[in-house]
Design a protein around this ligand. Structure first.
Ligand SMILES: [Zn+2]
Length: 363
């Protein structure tokens, strides 16, 4: 009798632990604007790493040492060491077109606002047809999650690009939406956040509507450390800007920094009891770009191949299937429902136009 009671109690404890886990699940969504699947899976392209295409004054030999190697496997490891040594072995990565895995956007525009909107709502929208900082007419999964029990006031979005605040509809969302050079008010204010605000106000602006990624990243890190939100959207932007400028060297450097930011973020989360073992990380891009030698700088409807993207998943609830090869195509429209599912929520029941969760990416 005693044994049976212990066994039943064990079951109760086990199922209780599971429900508790779902109740306490957290997600960080990281995107780096306009990074190509080609560099993710093949590493740096030697044909683009030549002085005529490299506008920075630094010696190009240093970049070659840092990012070139004999094989695609070695090159991608050099460019994105955290992705390849942690996210892939512990999680999953889609979009390697050299290995029979397609990931793409479905919105038909292949540029930023439609891509972020598709990611966050689960569908394209013909009304979302420009990059103007107009409030998103659609409710994003972030806005909806922020209204669910246990999530109120615990959703935060940080963007290097100023338009990110409009895409998540910061006015209506109720979540934290901080982007570009905007000051972040926080109670209590910390010295570190105050310094970040000062730097945003006082630094020269290479791009009027977009700060450097570092400011955005450290703002997000300080907010996470002090406020411990359950859902974080971190949107980095430099990869797109340097590519548009035709500066392949800075494009590679910003991709490499984005990888380092993901490592620092993941390490910080694993050091905090609120996040350790409870957090899922999602990593993708809003759109791809064209091919070498010229179209890699560009993307959009006139560059059809810029619809191809990549997407990675790691952490709680993600089966460690690694690099996905020869699998069914996945789309950006599946990310919102996948994200919600990690939180124990059903986005498809709310937004009927949304794509379904990526089947293999959720337990
Ligand atoms: Zn973009």
């Amino acid at each position: 009798m005693l044994m049976r009671r212990i066994a039943v109690m064990g079951l109760l404890v086990a199922s209780g632990a599971l429900a508790q886990g779902t109740d306490d699940a957290r997600v960080v969504l990281v995107m780096t604007d306009g990074m190509r699947w080609q560099e993710i899976f093949r590493g740096a392209d030697a044909s683009l790493l030549v002085p005529e295409r490299y506008f920075d004054k630094r010696d190009v030999t240093q970049l070659k040492e840092r990012y070139l190697a004999a094989t695609p496997e070695e090159r991608r490891q050099k460019l994105m060491p955290f992705l390849w040594s942690t996210i892939v072995p512990q999680g999953q990565l889609y979009g390697d077109r050299d290995a029979g895995s397609d990931a793409s956007v479905t919105n038909g525009f292949n540029f930023s606002y439609p891509g972020y909107s598709e990611t966050l709502t689960g569908h394209g929208d013909p009304r979302v047809d420009s990059n103007d900082a107009k409030p998103n007419p659609n409710v994003t999964v972030l806005e909806w999650v922020n209204k669910q029990p246990g999530f109120q006031g615990k959703v935060a979005a940080f963007g290097a690009w100023g338009t990110i605040s409009a895409i998540v509809n910061g006015e209506r969302c109720g979540c934290v939406a901080n982007s570009a050079y905007a000051q972040l008010d926080m109670t209590p204010m910390t010295d570190r956040m105050k310094l970040l605000n000062d730097l945003k106000r006082d630094s020269p602006r290479v791009w009027e509507d977009e700060s450097f990624d570092a400011t955005t990243f450290y703002t997000a890190m300080e907010y996470i450390r002090t406020k411990k939100p359950r859902v974080v959207f971190l949107s980095l932007g430099e990869t797109d800007d340097w590519a548009h400028a035709g500066n392949y060297g800075e494009y590679l450097e910003s991709a490499h920094r984005a990888d380092g930011y993901m490592k620092d973020l993941w390490d910080q989360l694993q050091s905090m009891p609120e996040y350790k073992g409870k957090t899922t990380m999602i990593f993708l891009v809003d759109h791809g770009r064209g091919s070498a030698p010229e179209e890699w700088k560009s993307h959009g409807q006139k560059v059809p191949e810029s619809k191809y993207i990549f997407m990675g998943f790691m952490g709680r609830g993600v089966p460690p299937l690694g690099l996905r090869e020869h699998v069914a195509p996945v789309t950006q429209s599946q990310v919102a429902a996948t994200l919600a599912k990690y939180l124990g929520l059903d986005w498809n029941a709310v937004e009927t136009q949304a794509g379904l969760p990526v089947t293999d990416a959720v337990k």
